[in-house]
Structure formats: structure tokens, C-alpha cells
Design a protein around this ligand. Structure first.
Ligand code: RUQ
Ligand code: CUA
Length: 654
């Protein structure tokens, strides 16, 4: 083990042992390090609303969770990159296409960084974007419905980690390939092959939110980790951290930690846009998928095979390297747009670059040579300050808008607060344990809401009742209104929490959709009234146009189904009252349930295997007679003379 890695590991174990020791000695009932009035500060009385919505990445659950703050109450799970049987997401006919990729249907991803859409650098409550890390993708969620509406795959990439990190008016989402790979992909020696990297810019339509690939910048084969787009004076720039500038292919823990400094790649988007407009790009045609929910509520996939690739040599001024110690992870831009804070995982200081100095250094050509034609700026010419004694393993930084920055420090398990005036540490507080990201509501925008910081911890150890080898993931809420941070609350979270975003509830809550309008539904499979229910056979496909309303389905008796048929249940929920979904589940269906919102139509496919009588029922407790909300399907042998018949509408069954 190399000495840095050994030191890091020893420090981690020591930090965990100290922290665990403190609470193991009988103090576990006293809130460990919590403010004395913590209970009152996070208590939201029954029937009262929380002050903030928080959107948390579900990490390896692939989804997004919605919490209320300050209570830490879980309000909703929004499926994004992973199938979610509770809502039928990725199982029903309307949403399956959302999970299509150029690699086929993929039922899972690892979701990392939620990003609220912004206008003038402030959350506008329209959409939430989040990246898929394993098979690089960016998703867009609609925040009136809390549903995933769009997923775009990022071609020529492997590991879409540094993403989506929007620009000041949500013009672009970005993505960086974390793993260097052959660009374009091809068979070559791992050891001797020359790998590359790719920085991707995805255009977001300001009205519809629809995403399209704008251009990709071909860069050296480093590991690009995280990103941020600038704001204010730096609004036309995007920044990406890289590690492994050693371009090691094996045992990176040692081999990618050789150099003192790696780089932040600074991209001038205006220069890039100009080169694209001047036709200086090359056309590549790696296939990628774009999945979009249409006006009719149905997701469809389109395969696209066209990318505009920008070679740095063809576009001078588009990219500069900012030397940054040492295997940096996060890169974060303060609310004024002047400071670019890096989290050097193995660095002994937190380097803070100055945007204005960077611009001057570029004008003065204050370069330390170049790599592959990319100018490397002189470290001393761009650095604004170095935060001394920041703790071990700084990762991510958020801002309170009052001139302070808050950095998560993984190995020493703490949040460190420092001044953006003199770069001195002014406060620090332990986290339990091994904090990854942290989030101040609005703390990555030009207008932080402030008030709280949330630690998104990787390890919980002794903080909760043990639940076997796998313990719950955790967030911790701290008050940051005073000089000293105060711990208020621990709350469990779903999946591994990576990043999170929050905004005042007042921006969203009145926009929340209550029902889908049945009268104006354009779903091709909608049934708008009970008199229209029907069953239609097309070869061995049988379409059941079914309605649900408290407390029955219609038709609820169907005969004439045969083994070998595929039965499509198109279930329309006729309700137009808020909070009255109906569910649908079928004995032996090799599928999830349907959960159908008021006014919505959802489709489940069932392929009966054996003759018999098969009940179905409503899965969502909708009324006093919910248990009565059931029906039967009669399945006959293939070729049987039993006629197709049903009750309701023009059906012949009585
Ligand atoms: S990462 S713990 Cu996936 Cu955002 Cu830094
Ligand atoms: Cu409908 Cu229960």
C-alpha cells in the first residue's frame, strides 16, 4: 500500500473509532453533539408542512427521493433510472421506453447529482435533472407531477459522473466521462492503447425542457470527476475536475496519485459555440438513445447517430487547464462567480482559484506549457488562496451567500467552514460519519437560501438500530444561522445519498398537479366513460379498455381469453378527485402492479400460461369497499370455442 493511502486509511479508522467510542460509553441517549433546542427546531407539528422540499439522489437505488426539511420526513420516491414496481415504472407499457439505451433495456443505474432548473441563477421549480453514472445518461423530472419525463444517453462516454451541473439559466447540462476509454470505442490493448476523454454539453430547450446533444469536446484520457458551470462573471464557463492525469490503467489508488497536481479543465462555452457555428466540428456517429414522454403520456425512444465533436486543436481558446492539487474531486463556484473551490482528496489545503485572475492569466499567456495543445495556466497566477488546515480529504463545497464556504471533509468526518475573504477556517463540526457531499439549500446557486447544511454521509455505524450487515444511509441536518454550526437532526435515507438539492416549499407546492384531466386526455388507450369499455381481439393480442372508479372495475368479468394470448389491460382511472389512485394487479402476471392516478391511463401486459379463472384486484386502498374492487378473467385452452365476452359497455356478458 502506498504511504498516502496507508495514512488515509489509518486516519479514517482512527476517526471512526473516536466517534464510535464517544457514543458507546453510555451517552447514546443524549444527542451526540446536537443543539439543546434541536427537537424544537426540527419539529413539524402533525398536519403542518415542512419549510423546504429536498431532492436527494438515491445513489445505487437509481432514483430520487423527496424529503421535507427540517423534519427529515420522506415524502416521495420518484423512479428515474431503475424499475420501481410500486408505481409500475419501467414495467408498464407507458414507461418501459424510459429505460432503453444503446445497450438495450437497462433496469438500473446509479443516480448521483440532482440539479434543480435555474433562472438567473435561482431555482425556478420547473424541473429536476439527475445523472445516471453507470450507463451515462441525464434525466429530466417534471416538478408539477414529480415524474421522469425524459432521459438522454450520453454517447462516447463511460461513467457519466461529472453531471448534470446546469448553467445559469439552465441553457446546458454537462457531462464528463469519468473513465478514459478509446474515443471512439474500439478494440485495443488496455496497457498500450491510447484512451481519451469527452466533455459533453446538452442543450435544454427553455420552454419544453427537452434535451438535445449540442457538442462534445475531445480531451486527454484522464478521469473527469465532477463539474460546475460558472455564474455571474464566469457564466460562460464550465469547470471539470480531473484525476489520474498519470493516465494509469491499473491500481489507480497508487498509480494515479503520483503527481502533485492534476487539472481543472475550464471550458469557454462561448468559444465552443462559435467553433460549432463555424462548422469546425467533426461528425461522429455513435448511436445513443433519447427517451421522451409525449403529450399523450407515453414514453418513446429515438435512436440518434450524430455527434458534433470538437477537437481542441481546431478551436484555440476553448479549453485551459488549471493545475490543482491533488486528485481533486468536487469543483464548486461561489455565488459571486469569482471563486472556484476544488476538493483535493489527497491535498493538505483547499485550493481556491480566482476566476478574474484566470481570465487575466489567459490574456497574459501566463502558461506553464501545454498538454496536447491545451494551455496549462500558472498555478500562482490563478490561485486566490489556499485554506490551511482544512481536515483530511476535502470533497465538496457549498456556500451560504454571506461570504462563507462549507466543505465536506471525508476522512476526518467533518464540515469545515471558511471565509471567502481571508480563506481562514472559522468553524468545524463533526459528521457521523464520512461525509461525502453536503448541501445548503440554494448553496450552489447565486442566491443561497442558507439556514441549514445537510451532511450526506457514507457510513452510519452506531447512529441507528443495527439492521444486519447493511446499515441505513444517513443525512444530518445542521443549523448555520449563527457563527457556529449546530447539529439538529439525523435522518435515514434511501440508497447511498450523493448530492441533493432543496428549495423553499412555497416555490413548488401550489404548482403540484392534483389530477390528470380526463376530458382532455389524449392517451390513445383512454376510456373516458363506463359506457365505452370494450375488449378487442387482434390476432393473439387482446386489448382490454377498462375503467376504475370507487369501488369497481369495468369490465370486471371477461371470457374468451386463450393461452398464448397477450392481454393488454388499458386501465383508466375515472376519478377526478385528488388523492384517489387505483391500483391493478393480476394473479400470475409476470409484471409489476399498475398504479393509476386520477384521469390517467396505464397499461399492463399479461400472458396467461394455463387455463383457469384468474382474479384481479385494486392494490391501492381507495374506499371503504376497496376489498370489493376485484374481477375475474376466464382463460381457455388455445383454439377453444369460448367467445370473447365481457360485462359493461356493449359487452354480452351479464
Ligand atoms: S460524488 S462524495 Cu458521486 Cu458526487 Cu462526491
Ligand atoms: Cu380502487 Cu382500491
Amino acid at each position: 500500500m502506498p504511504s498516502t493511502a496507508r495514512a488515509v486509511r489509518a486516519a479514517l479508522l482512527a476517526a471512526l473509532a473516536t466517534a464510535a467510542g464517544t457514543s458507546a460509553c453510555g451517552k447514546s441517549s443524549a444527542p451526540l453533539g446536537a443543539a439543546t433546542d434541536a427537537a424544537a427546531r426540527v419539529y413539524v407539528a402533525p398536519g403542518q408542512y415542512d419549510e423546504l422540499y429536498a431532492f436527494m439522489s438515491g445513489g445505487f437505488s437509481g432514483n430520487v427521493t423527496v424529503y421535507g426539511l427540517p423534519s427529515g420526513r420522506l415524502l416521495q420516491q420518484i423512479p428515474v433510472f431503475s424499475q420501481y414496481p410500486e408505481k409500475g415504472y419501467g414495467y408498464n407499457e407507458e414507461t418501459k421506453a424510459m429505460l432503453n439505451t444503446s445497450y438495450g433495456f437497462i433496469p438500473w443505474d446509479d443516480a448521483h447529482h440532482p440539479q434543480l432548473s435555474i433562472t438567473d441563477g435561482k431555482a425556478d421549480g420547473r424541473w429536476l435533472f439527475i445523472n445516471g453514472n453507470n450507463t451515462p445518461r441525464i434525466a429530466r423530472l417534471d416538478l408539477t407531477r414529480f415524474e421522469t419525463d425524459e432521459i438522454i444517453e450520453i454517447p462516447n462516454s463511460a461513467g457519466g459522473h461529472g453531471s448534470p451541473y446546469l448553467t445559469e439559466n439552465s441553457e446546458y447540462a454537462v457531462s464528463a466521462t469519468r473513465f478514459a476509454v478509446p474515443e471512439p470505442q474500439q478494440d485495443m490493448s488496455i496497457r498500450d492503447g491510447k484512451f481519451g476523454g469527452m466533455l459533453t454539453f446538452v442543450k435544454i430547450d427553455p420552454k419544453s425542457g427537452h434535451m438535445s446533444l449540442a457538442y462534445q469536446i475531445h480531451v486527454p484520457g484522464y478521469d473527469y470527476d465532477l463539474a460546475r458551470s460558472g455564474k455571474g462573471p464566469s457564466r460562460d464557463w464550465s469547470f471539470f475536475t480531473s484525476y489520474n492525469t498519470e493516465e494509469a490503467k491499473t491500481l489507480l489508488e497508487a498509480n494515479a496519485s503520483q503527481k502533485d497536481k492534476d487539472y481543472i479543465a475550464a471550458v469557454n462555452r462561448k468559444a465552443a459555440e462559435q467553433c460549432v457555428a463555424q462548422g469546425k466540428t467533426k461528425d461522429w456517429n455513435t448511436p445513443y438513445l433519447h427517451n421522451l414522454v409525449g403529450e399523450d403520456g407515453i414514453a418513446r425512444s429515438e435512436t440518434i447517430k450524430s455527434e458534433k465533436i470538437l477537437e481542441v486543436a481546431d478551436c484555440p481558446g476553448v479549453l485551459y487547464f488549471l493545475p490543482t492539487p491533488k486528485s481533486p474531486h468536487g469543483v464548486d463556484v461561489d455565488p459571486t462567480g469569482e471563486f472556484i473551490v476544488a476538493g483535493g482528496k489527497l491535498a493538505t489545503t483547499i485550493p481556491v482559484h480566482s476566476f478574474s485572475k484566470m481570465v487575466k492569466a489567459i490574456a497574459d499567456k501566463a502558461f506553464d506549457g501545454d498538454v496536447g495543445g491545451i494551455p496549462v495556466l500558472k498555478y500562482d497566477a490563478i490561485i486566490a488562496g489556499e485554506v490551511q488546515n482544512p481536515g483530511l480529504g476535502p470533497l465538496h463545497t457549498e456556500f451560504d451567500g454571506k461570504g462563507y464556504a462549507y466543505t465536506s471533509v471525508f476522512i476526518s468526518s467533518e464540515i469545515v467552514k471558511f471565509s471567502l475573504t481571508d480563506f481562514k477556517v472559522v468553524d468545524r463540526i463533526p459528521t457521523y460519519y464520512s461525509i461525502g457531499h453536503l448541501m445548503i439549500p440554494g448553496g450552489d446557486t447565486e442566491h443561497p437560501y442558507g439556514k441549514y447544511v445537510i451532511a450526506l454521509n457514507k457510513i452510519t455505524k452506531d447512529r441507528y438500530l443495527p439492521t444486519g450487515p447493511e446499515l441505513t444511509q444517513a443525512g444530518q441536518l445542521y443549523d448555520i444561522t449563527g457563527d457556529k454550526m449546530k447539529l439538529l437532526l439525523d435522518f435515514p435515507m434511501t440508497g447511498e445519498p450523493h448530492y441533493a438539492q432543496a428549495l423553499p416549499a412555497s416555490i413548488l407546492k401550489d404548482k403540484s398537479l392534483k389530477t390528470y384531466a380526463l376530458a382532455t386526455s389524449t392517451d390513445p388507450y383512454v376510456t373516458k366513460s363506463e359506457k365505452d369499455v370494450k375488449v378487442v381481439r387482434q390476432g393473439n393480442k387482446v386489448h382490454v379498455y377498462m375503467t376504475a372508479i370507487r369501488s369497481h372495475f369495468l369490465p370486471d368479468n371477461i371470457e374468451g381469453i386463450q393461452v398464448g394470448d397477450s392481454v393488454f389491460f388499458h386501465v383508466t382511472n375515472l376519478e377526478q378527485d385528488w388523492d384517489v389512485p387505483h391500483g391493478f394487479a393480476m394473479l400470475g402476471a409476470q409484471n409489476a402492479e399498475l398504479l393509476v392516478m386520477p384521469g390517467q391511463t396505464r397499461t399492463l401486459v399479461w400472458a396467461p400460461l394455463r387455463p383457469g379463472i384468474y382474479p384481479f384486484y385494486c392494490t391501492d386502498f381507495c374506499s371503504a369497499l376497496h376489498q370489493e374492487m376485484q374481477g375475474y378473467m376466464r382463460v381457455s385452452a388455445k383454439g377453444s370455442a369460448t367467445k370473447l365476452a365481457w360485462n359493461g359497455g356493449a359487452g354480452a356478458l351479464k
